[in-house]
Ligand binder design. Structure first.
Ligand SMILES: C[S@@+](CC[C@H](N)C(=O)[O-])C[C@H]1O[C@@H](n2cnc3c(N)ncnc32)[C@H](O)[C@@H]1O
Length: 213
């Protein structure tokens, strides 16, 4: 058969960097649309920027906290940026939980588009609409925590509920807005439940530990 009759060649597979760029572009586009169009009752939906997310994930991989045996969860996923980035950059199972139905549906739409583009494998990306306080977090061993800001910081009770639901040894990324040693959190004695692994600039890494005296 003549080569000319085989038709056009399929496009070359996407490189990792192209996939990361597509995730970032898609999330940025949906994020700005959501801010303009959704009725979020004045709630300013806050998204991690894709470059910071990528940098944090690289750090976790390079320092042995995220590998092929990991099971990642963002319990406050918003539109699922970290869920998609972790899966794309590592191939691991990645789960996101989001309480707000409109935001959850935006995340599902992004996932479908990324799947159609061949960026993610939908079998390894799991999105749930619900309140993370009432769902089991026991099977996850790496978390990213960026809860909604309320009155100058995230609700301490919500942070406490989430962290105490994690399994012992779980690694969590906290943004600098969640300073567990601040007076805001001191009534919860959060230092008894976590140990600090590292400040990586822009985020801090903690490990869930058994309750200290
Ligand atoms: C600041 S956004 C974080 C978005 C995303 N993690 C990121 O870094 O781009 C916090 C999200 O948590 C959601 N949320 C608030 N309380 C929640 C809860 N109890 N369970 C699950 N999601 C919740 C909010 O609707 C909001 O979309």
């Amino acid at each position: 058969m003549a080569i000319g009759s085989l038709g056009p060649l399929p496009p070359p597979p996407l490189t990792l960097q192209q996939k990361i760029d597509l995730v970032g572009r898609k999330h940025r586009a949906v994020h700005s649309k959501m801010q303009q169009e959704l009725d979020l009752n004045g709630f300013v939906y806050n998204m991690t920027d894709p470059e910071s997310g990528t940098r944090i994930i690289r750090w976790l991989v390079q320092n042995g906290h995220l590998d092929s045996k990991s099971n990642f969860c963002d319990p406050f996923m918003g539109n699922g940026l970290l869920v998609h980035l972790v899966h794309v950059m590592t191939g691991v199972d990645s789960t996101g939980i989001e309480k707000d139905k409109q935001i959850y549906e935006a995340a599902v739409g992004i996932s479908a588009d990324l799947s159609n583009l061949g960026v993610i494998d939908p079998q390894h990306v799991h999105l749930t609409c619900g309140d993370c306080r009432y769902l089991s977090l026991a099977r996850f061993n790496v978390f990213y925590l960026l809860p909604p800001w309320d009155d100058g910081g995230p609700d301490p009770m919500l942070v406490w509920d989430t962290i105490t639901n994690m399994r012992l040894g779980a690694i969590m990324v906290l943004t600098h807005g969640i300073n567990l040693s601040s007076c805001y959190y001191s009534p919860f004695r959060m230092e008894r439940y976590v140990e600090k692994v590292k400040d990586i600039g822009g985020a801090e890494i903690y490990r869930r530990i058994s309750i200290a005296p």
